[in-house]
Design a protein around this ligand. Structure first.
Ligand code: G6P
Ligand code: MN
Length: 455
């Protein structure tokens, strides 16, 4: 099987490659094509993969190309993991919003909207090329903001694009651990949008163990989400929210902590990654002197995981991340499980971003949602889930309205739609502020040049 990774020079690619190598089964991926516009970045990642593959029988062959059409042609699966505007763009997304006193985050609120506006024209182009050159291929989208990007791509690819995120899996793993049960044995009733979902039931053998967990304060605050939100709030809503809901439930504290940190996550990662990729896109000093690319990658990765959501944890007094959460994002394993289920008709259930088709009553059928799906050779189909609590329905509906405005702006170039995206988002509290945000982003992000005023 042939897998193409768009954004092949991305930092998390070795996680995917490691997961591929662990798969020794029939019908596994034998060829990986890395596509990236930055030759130096993809070369650095290529060195890590080469080290990972040393002495591993059947390690997938790796090829590199900067030509999109060439990368897509002949692929069975296309992973899309691009970052339009790089980490520099992310730092702008975060800094501009925080400068205006609202949340500046990669995927949430004003920052997520700016990121979506920058990314969608490129994602749209990719979707069109896949539809033209590899109509039977499956696209697995990691590119953030994943829900918005997946929905935009689904307009060209229908159900052949599936979005993934590691955060629901991580939540499921932590909850299973707190309950002392095997993560593979639990049925998670989780629903919402990407980075905006709630776990409402944890079923084992037909019994819901969540009420018992919520009632046990020590157990429920023993892991990340419980520490972030506090047991009392979880009992109040009768569910466990995705960790990204911290930005909604504790907006003031999250904004305050991010501002106090002095530099954004994107800015921190620019410095951190420079040590791996090097100053000017050339290889890092440690690699120049013949050091191990894999060792340098691994230590950088660990540092990145350790500092993940640091400000939120600080604001909540949650302390350090648990060492079991530092292992890996886990999204690589979801991707592999998804790919195998489709390619080999190995039926399974995974939490994925797919078109709604009635799973969440408050949204129309084409809205991309994040819910448990039944997966087999026919792709992924959402399973029936319990209704969302009332306030969650409200949030999901208004955030989806903002996402849709982003999609409309990118598809038509309408600046008014872009303004609407900022203005209707629940984390942007004034139309005047929305107008200012849009102006500042346009000023700092050349990729938004396609937006036309008066339209
Ligand atoms: C989680 C989310 C991803 C997000 C990442 C950010 O894994 O699910 O969607 O991209 O965190 O991590 P970073 O290290 O880039 O801040
Ligand atoms: Mn995610």
């Amino acid at each position: 099987m042939r897998l193409t990774i768009l954004g092949g020079g991305g930092f998390r690619v070795p996680l995917v490659y490691r997961a591929l190598m662990q798969d020794q089964g029939e019908g596994r991926v034998t060829h990986v094509t890395l596509h990236d516009l930055d030759a130096a970045r993809v070369a650095a990642i290529g060195r890590v993969l080469a080290e990972q593959g040393q002495g591993v029988p059947g390690a997938p062959r790796v090829e590199v190309t900067a030509d999109l059409d060439e990368a897509i042609t002949g692929a069975d699966f296309v992973f899309s993991a691009i970052r339009v505007g790089g980490l520099e763009g992310r730092a702008v997304d975060e800094r501009v919003a925080l400068g205006e006193g609202v949340l500046g985050q990669e995927t949430v609120g004003a920052g997520g909207i700016a990121y979506g506006l920058r990314t969608l024209p490129v994602a749209d182009h990719i979707a069109r090329r896949v539809a033209a050159l590899a109509p039977d291929a499956w696209v697995i989208n990691f590119t953030n903001p994943a829900g918005t990007v997946t929905e935009a791509m689904s307009r060209h690819l229908g159900d052949r694009v599936i979005g993934i995120c590691d955060s629901p899996v991580g939540l499921g793993r932590r909850v299973a651990h707190a309950l002392g049960v095997d993560p593979a044995a639990v049925r998670l009733d989780y629903a919402g949008l990407n980075h905006l979902g709630w776990l409402r039931a944890v079923r084992v053998g037909g019994r819901d163990l969540l009420p018992g967990l919520l009632a046990d304060d020590e157990a429920v605050t023993s892991f990340e989400e419980g520490k972030l939100f506090g047991g009392e709030w979880l009992r109040t809503i009768g569910a466990i929210p995705n960790e990204y809901l911290h930005y909604y439930y504790f907006t003031r504290e999250a904004v305050e902590a991010a501002r106090a940190a002095g530099r954004t996550r994107g800015a921190l990662l620019i410095d951190q990654q420079r040590r791996f990729y090097g100053e000017t896109g050339g290889s890092a000093p440690a690699l120049e002197t013949g050091g191990s690319a894999l060792a340098l990658w691994e230590s950088t990765r660990l540092e990145r995981e350790t500092t993940y959501m640091a400000e939120n944890r600080e604001a909540a007094g949650a302390g350090e991340r648990a060492s079991s959460d530092l292992e890996s994002g886990g999204y690589d394993r979801v991707a592999l499980a998804l790919m195998r289920a489709i390619a080999l008709d190995e039926r399974t259930t995974l939490i994925l971003n797919v078109r709604n088709r009635g799973a969440i009553g408050a949204l129309d059928d084409d809205a991309v949602v994040e819910v448990p799906c039944f997966v087999d050779a026919n792709g992924a189909r959402p399973l029936a889930v319990d209704p969302l609590p009332g306030h969650a329905q409200g949030l999901v509906t208004s955030v989806k309205a903002a996402e849709r405005a982003v999609i409309e702006a990118a598809a038509t170039g309408s600046r008014r739609a872009a303004l609407r995206a900022f203005a209707v988002h629940p984390l942007v509290d004034s139309v005047a502020l929305a107008a200012r945000l849009l102006e500042r982003y346009e000023h700092e992000l050349p990729q938004l040049g396609y937006l036309r005023g008066g339209a």
